[in-house]
Design a protein around this ligand. Structure first.
Ligand SMILES: CO[C@H]1[C@H](O)[C@@H](O)[C@H](O)O[C@@H]1C(=O)O
Length: 713
């Protein structure tokens, strides 16, 4: 193998210059803050040797160059020296390791998986090694992270393997470039220019994803358009796949279940019909002729107007297995979503996925993985974990998180989603006794799944900073880190992200992390305290709308979820009500079945409670709700005032951007509090407790308030 030897000579210009480019995400490679720090890393960065030759090696080399330019604030490209003897950083696969080093690393190498890496300080050198190229790229990013976060290199002894195999982003991007629930501009996929133009943004997208270990992307909306399966679009998707391949990222497509009818006029899409099966086999072979390493299909069926096997009296397993058989010869997989419900089904909506899928456990092909949302309803600010986790020992399940904030204030609210995700990932399913956490379901260890996966619905768009809110970049980042290891420490993730993205200044990191840590509970308080859920305004889901009534679907009337009356509020999901609670382990049934032992966070999720009922806090239910709304508003104001202290600590541009979004957040928190308390107050008839501010307007003002623009654009 040809050796690429890279030694970088650079003129160090140590100076503090604010990198104010949100576009660079956490790959800012901020200049070293003083001479001593620069001197410390200088030797290493001037003496890197990268061994091997592949498209991935080229992107590793390029990344090192970008990083070095950033760290040393250089205007000129670094030079290349062909002298290997000066290497202080050695990067190469295990096959390239020299014989004198190999024995010392052998036992660690034996523990490496396909995508894992070793980062180790040995005999005065930093060694980055892996079995394959993707691991080498991940290892290089890990080394760069050490430098970005200003960690010492001499103690390095890291061995990492991803705990989850499939680590995907799901784009809900339409072919006309609108994004379903996207709040940061349009889709970054410019179909019109593809396949001829590969925009730099696609490359930067791949860099960012690879830096956090994401290895797959489903590029189209699950509300699927069959057109993406036509040659014209396959050629475009193939161009993206080619661009992403060196970064270890595979492309997946959403499959519209009735595509055989839409594209080729078949009279049916019945999964048991041989003609339909044959159509999918041919279509799949065609896709692989464009994209030889195509990952497979992601399918939303029998849900919210999407066609599916129910149309033909077939099961979800029948539908998934038909597609699984088509991709199997090529090594592909099918991610079949469990978000299946029907407004005509008379049972509580949150029961329906479990009721449907649990009896199918073990009936799916071995290349099917069922993709389950974190909670049983729909990406609400707070839901208990989905009861399917722990209940499907014979069918691999993958998690679907929403990184985009459909129900959490959308693009302008600062909410650290890692806090919520951790709550879900560490929830105990009790499937095999205490400690059977959702994270263990996902990493396959609980049920010995052969296939493991996780998906995050992307929050990326054409906004200059990718995600609308600068801090929403952090959700993308932490999603990737938790996908790699769902048991990771989210405090460390947050600190690393802040240091890499904004500044290594310790005051800044401490204050910003303090805000992040409060942000989730703050949002839950001003939106849906005490277990309230789905009280967002109709259809766009932005802002409060607990009053929504009527409409073509019962479950889309908000009153369905809170069932407010003059006496009580909340949804009884115990055996006296919808009995959705029966889907959980006995430990949870015991705790959540009794309002006295149900944590207040889930109280109205599981119970109907009378307004004057005294709660564990000593407050009546009404007072508790009102005080929590107030606390949420105060929390948002506190976040704003903490942030103000950061003036001068980071670049002016991002400081002001975040400041103005925080002003919106405070205003909207007040709006949520006032609208909900005025609305529910009509039923409770109890005055607001002391300490809760009087609403600024009357209820009519809020009822008439409509968002009259397209969210996020
Ligand atoms: C893609 O459609 C989305 C829909 O916009 C969203 O409001 C709901 O949360 O979930 C659906 C789903 O997850 O399929």
């Amino acid at each position: 193998m040809r050796k690429i030897l890279l030694t970088i000579f650079c003129v160090i210009q140590v100076q503090i210059s604010w990198a104010n480019d949100g576009y660079k995400l956490w790959l800012q490679y901020l200049p070293f803050e003083n001479k001593a720090v620069a001197e410390y890393y200088r030797d290493y960065l001037e003496n890197i040797v990268l061994i091997g030759n592949s498209p991935t090696h080229s992107v590793i080399q390029k990344e090192l160059e970008i990083a070095i330019e950033g760290f040393f604030d250089m205007k000129n490209k670094p030079g290349i020296n062909l002298n290997p003897s000066t290497a202080l950083v050695w990067i190469g696969t295990e096959k390239e390791l020299s014989k004198d080093i190999l024995p010392e690393l052998q036992s660690q190498i034996n523990q490496l998986g396909d995508e894992g890496y070793i980062l180790k300080y040995l005999h005065g050198k930093v060694i980055v090694t892996a079995k394959g190229n993707a691991g080498l790229l991940y290892g290089t990013f890990a080394l760069l992270k050490q430098i970005q976060t200003r960690e010492k290199l001499e103690n390095l002894d890291i061995l990492e393997n991803p705990k989850i195999q499939l680590r995907l982003l799901n784009h809900w991007d339409n072919l006309n470039r609108t994004v379903e629930r996207g709040y940061s501009g349009f889709s970054i996929w410019n179909w019109h220019r593809l396949p001829h133009h590969i925009d730099q943004q696609y490359i930067d997208y791949a860099r960012a994803n690879a830096s956090i270990g994401i290895n797959g992307t489903s590029i189209t909306n699950v509300n699927a358009n069959a057109l993406v399966l036509t040659p014209e679009y396959l050629e475009k998707a193939a161009a993206l796949a080619d661009a992403f391949r060196p970064y270890g990222i595979k492309v997946y497509l959403t499959a519209r279940f009735n595509a055989p009818m839409m594209l080729d006029n078949l009279s049916t899409a019945d999964p048991l019909n041989p003609e339909v099966q044959d159509w999918w086999k041919k279509k799949t072979a065609e896709i692989y002729s464009y994209i030889p390493d195509f990952g497979g299909f992601l399918v939303k069926a029998d849900s919210e107007g999407q066609p599916g096997p129910h149309n033909y009296g077939r099961t979800q397993a029948d539908g998934a297995n038909m597609l699984a058989d088509a991709v199997k010869p090529f090594g592909g997989i099918v991610m079949w979503r469990a978000f299946v419900y029907n407004e005509k089904t008379p049972t509580d909506r949150i029961r329906q996925a479990y009721d449907e899928f649990k009896p199918l456990d073990g009936k799916f092909r071995d290349n099917v993985i069922v993709q389950v949302k974190n909670g049983p309803l729909d990406f609400q600010p707070r839901e208990p974990f989905h009861p399917l986790f722990g209940a499907m020992s014979e069918t691999p399940l993958m998690m679907e998180f929403q990184i985009t904030k459909e129900y959490l204030g959308q693009e302008t609210h600062w909410v650290n989603l890692a806090t919520m995700w951790q709550e879900i990932l560490q929830s105990d399913t009790y499937a095999k006794g205490k400690g059977s956490t959702v994270s263990k379901v996902l990493d396959g260890s609980l049920h010995e799944y052969k296939l493991t996966g996780i998906a995050g619905v992307s929050n990326i768009g054409t906004d200059r900073n990718w995600t609308g809110h600068h801090t929403a970049q952090g959700d993308w980042y932490s999603y990737g880190k938790l996908a790699w290891n769902p048991d990771s420490d989210i405090q460390k993730i947050g600190q690393d992200w802040l240091k890499m993205t904004f500044s290594t200044d310790s005051d800044f990191v401490k204050t910003a992390q303090g805000i992040m840590n409060q942000s989730y509970e703050t949002l839950v308080n001003y939106m849906t305290p005490v277990g309230l859920h789905h009280i967002m305004a109709r259809s766009h889901h932005w802002g409060p709308g607990p009053w929504v009534t009527g409409g073509e679907r019962d479950d889309w009337t908000a009153t369905y979820y809170h069932k407010v009356t003059k006496e009580a509020i909340g949804f009884d999901r115990t055996e006296n009500g919808s009995n959705a609670l029966a889907q959980y382990a006995p430990e949870w049934k015991a705790m959540w079945g009794n309002p006295e032992t149900t944590p207040l966070e889930y109280l109205l999720w599981f119970h109907r409670v009378e307004w004057d009922k005294k709660l564990s806090t000593g407050n009546s239910l009404w007072d508790e709700i009102a005080l929590r709304y107030q606390k949420g508003v105060e929390g948002a104001r506190w976040m704003q005032s903490e942030w103000t202290k950061m003036n001068g600590k980071i670049d002016e541009e991002r400081f002001s951007h975040i400041s103005s979004f925080l002003a919106i957040q405070v205003k909207e928190a007040e709006w949520w509090r006032d609208a909900c308390l005025l609305y529910f107050g009509q039923f409770s008839g109890i005055p607001l407790p002391a300490g809760v501010e009087a609403p600024k307007h009357d209820l009519n003002y809020y009822l008439n308030f409509k968002r009259n623009f397209v969210p996020g654009i």
